[in-house]
Design a protein around this ligand. Sequence first.
Ligand code: GRF
Length: 214
Amino acid sequence: MPPSRQNGRRTARLVVLVSGSGTNLQALIDATSDPTTGPDYGAEIVAVGADRDDIEGLGRAERAGIPTFVVKTSEFDDRVDWDVALADSVASHEPDLVVLAGFMKLVGPAFLGLFGGRTINTHPALLPSFPGTSAPRDALEYGVKVTGATLFVVDDGVDTGPIIAQVPVPVLDDDDVETLHERIKVSERAMLVEWVGRLVREAVDHQPHPEEPS
Ligand code: GRF
């Protein structure tokens, strides 16, 4: 498949995986589809995948006209088969970069065999503090005064991969888990949009198009 081009620039193909409300996905949809700045962003979302039906993240993709797919663990005998099926579904969209945006499953060896090194995840804490699925609650219960969000390259651990970017967010005295997580997500979305754009533009700038002289 020839790479698509906008404004003469090769456009990276993103597949985004979600499990929930999809506000991080929406930030990427907005960045890639903005009529003024979208053509220079350097990426297009070619598909959105999920591990469950009936989530707002899929609705956001559908309303934006982006193809969707769902690969549920319950439809497979074990996580190994699910991981292979997820990897196959993602591969069918030929992504340059895979973005886990609130995707609440660990990808496995088959997935990382195809997409290791080009799958990134966003996490609502300053890793390596508070990995796992309850980071805002854990930060609040610990009593830290600053937490934040981390963008990292996915490896075979739980929130352990190389860190790409981080953003700090203060914990306020009257925060509960919801207010803290919502404030983190505002900064998290901005970080995600900024760094996905930077990553794809840097990668594209270093890769001559096959039809162009190097
Ligand atoms: C984000 O804070 C993400 O880091 C965490 O879950 C949240 C997903 O939010 N894993 P949304 O679905 O993008 O609104």
